[in-house]
Design a protein around this ligand. Structure first.
Ligand code: HEC
Ligand code: HEC
Length: 474
């Protein structure tokens, strides 16, 4: 038998619970069409019923509480909790001077771009993970897919609480923060740079800070052993026909490949340590407790009626908790939600994105994976990968804290409001046009229930990281 606990709120408390800072623009209609309601009965009317939380639902909600979140160790990074490493990583996160030339014709110097095609030194991590806006991209035109050296193909995720991820990227192709950071540095459409250039920049601009943490740099001043790359030579150049010729990276057939094996390893070590420093900084980025957590802790006025009803639906009939579990509201696993990719931003549609089916293959082949010599340890995360049969068209469940102000949602950025996201889940995903097998089913929620779920998601806003972490260090 279910033991029901009724929560009714005084009118004053209701007003207090409504002091959300987010604008109400996308909440959608709050009233179901129905018989006219006598104003005097409005609070008890079926359109705004008292929330009812059963003991089972209460117990399920408790599992989402912020207070249950424990920072996991990062066995891959011996410097993960070293404040000097975090300081260096913080600086490097904002450093545009590690990047190579912009490549795209859309890089026209307007404020939604990072500069003009051909210009080097314009892209930092913060250029796409905008610290003032929850570390997502609010800068690029359209607020969906990022334009840096060129356009990327998936939406830029937040970095808040990213240190809790075991696998990262939408497709799981990275298994540590340090190895992840090497990706954007060398990717032609992000920073378009190279490990050789970055190592040389560290030697010329960060030598003492780097060496005090990680020990001596290789003899990069020996330009016979380590060819010098200028900012406009690092990374890739586009050739007619769309081919790319790259310098300073493994497989370049030039500057990097021409070095001895031990010098190549020494250069890779430097960029790995850059990744470890950035990883130490990323561990400090957190959303923090929300009004929902205040409510869990006993402050009955912290949530309004709609938000409580939304919370109950989330763990109950709407079934969200099946995937959005735990304090960050993610099971850290892959799911196919039947999303048919649609055109976003300017022209992008990535119809054949196989998600984890390719991501896991790339992870296992990565020379920087957590079981490699560049990792300081390994907690067996590679041994716990999902069954290959469940990877096609599947993406990692995103966390749901601090997301209400994001400009777009899903790995494609194609849904533009939380109302659209809830409508999508209510319909059980798209009828056709996606890879793999959709795991969702239609929910049959009423207009009010859908609005309640949106209200709940909006109650998961936290204070975010300290202001000093959102600007370059002084
Ligand atoms: C061009 C914009 C862009 C730049 C520049 C960029 N990122 Fe990203 N970042 C992305 C996108 C897009 C993804 C997701 C890509 C995917 O899943 O395929 C991502 C994913 C990540 C993730 C994984 C997050 C998760 O939840 O899985 C981390 C961590 C990260 N980036 C950190 C960085 C760091 C550190 C830098 C600088 C060294 C950086 N990014 C530079 C766009 C960018
Ligand atoms: C079967 C697992 C599953 C269920 C059930 C599920 N989700 Fe998701 N959710 C996901 C995955 C996976 C994504 C990312 C999909 C993608 O981008 O391709 C996602 C994306 C989202 C997003 C967008 C987040 C972002 O940063 O873009 C929101 C919001 C969300 N879900 C809320 C909900 C709510 C509310 C429910 C219940 C009505 C729900 N989800 C049910 C797995 C699930």
């Amino acid at each position: 038998m279910r033991d029901a606990l009724r929560l009714s709120l005084a009118l004053g408390a209701l007003a207090l619970g409504c002091t959300s800072v987010t604008p109400a623009i996308d909440v959608g209609p709050r009233l179901d069409a129905g018989p006219a309601i006598d104003a005097a009965d409005a609070l008890d009317a079926p359109d705004d019923p008292d929330p009812v939380v059963s003991t089972e639902e209460r117990a399920a909600l408790e599992t989402l509480g912020w207070s249950r979140l424990v920072m996991p160790p990062d066995p891959t990074n011996a410097f993960a909790d070293d404040p000097r490493a975090a300081h260096l990583g913080h600086t490097l996160f904002f450093d545009t001077g590690l990047s190579g030339p912009l490549l795209d014709g859309d890089d026209d110097g307007s404020p939604t771009t990072l500069g003009v095609r051909g210009e080097p030194g314009r892209v930092s991590c913060a250029g796409c993970h905008v610290p003032a806006d929850g570390f997502v991209d609010t800068r690029t035109l359209g607020g969906q897919i990022s334009l840096a050296a060129s356009w990327v193909l998936r939406r830029t995720p937040t970095l808040l609480d990213v240190a809790h991820r075991r696998l990262m990227m939408w497709d799981g192709r990275r298994d540590s923060l340090f190895s992840q950071a090497v990706g954007p540095i060398e990717s032609w459409n992000e920073m378009n740079s190279s490990r050789l250039f970055v190592a040389e920049q560290i030697a010329s601009r960060y030598r003492s800070e780097y060496e005090s943490i990680f020990g001596a740099l290789p003899p990069l001043e020996d330009t016979v052993r380590f060819p010098v790359l200028s900012p406009s030579e690092t990374g890739c150049e586009l050739r007619p026909g769309g081919t790319r010729v790259c310098r300073g990276v493994p497989g370049d057939g030039a500057d990097f490949d021409g070095m001895s094996a031990s010098d190549r390893d020494a250069v890779t070590r430097v960029v790995v340590n850059v990744g470890k420093a950035i990883g130490a900084y990323e561990r400090l980025l957190s959303c923090g407790a929300s009004r929902f957590d205040d409510w869990l802790a006993g402050d009955a006025s912290a949530l309004d009626r709609a938000e409580i009803r939304g919370a109950v639906l989330f763990v109950g009939r709407a079934g969200c908790i099946a995937c959005h579990a735990g304090p960050l509201l993610t099971d850290q696993s892959f799911h196919d939600v039947g999303l048919a990719p649609a055109t976003v931003a300017v022209v992008f549609i990535d119809l054949d994105d196989r998600g984890a089916a390719l991501g896991i293959e790339q992870l296992l082949a990565s020379p920087l994976r957590s079981t490699s010599v560049f990792s300081d340890g390994d907690d067996g995360r590679l041994a716990a990968l999902p069954d290959p049969a469940r990877r096609e068209g599947a993406f990692l469940t995103p966390p749901l804290r601090c997301l209400a102000a994001h400009p777009s949602f899903m790995h494609t950025g194609q849904l533009r409001s939380l109302t659209e996201v809830i409508d999508f889940f209510d319909r059980g995903g798209h009828p056709a046009g996606y890879l793999g097998t959709n795991e969702l089913r239609p929910l049959g929620l009423s207009t009010r229930e859908r609005a309640d779920l949106v209200a709940f998601l909006r109650a998961l806003e936290g204070p975010g990281p300290a202001a000093a972490l959102r600007v370059p260090p002084t």
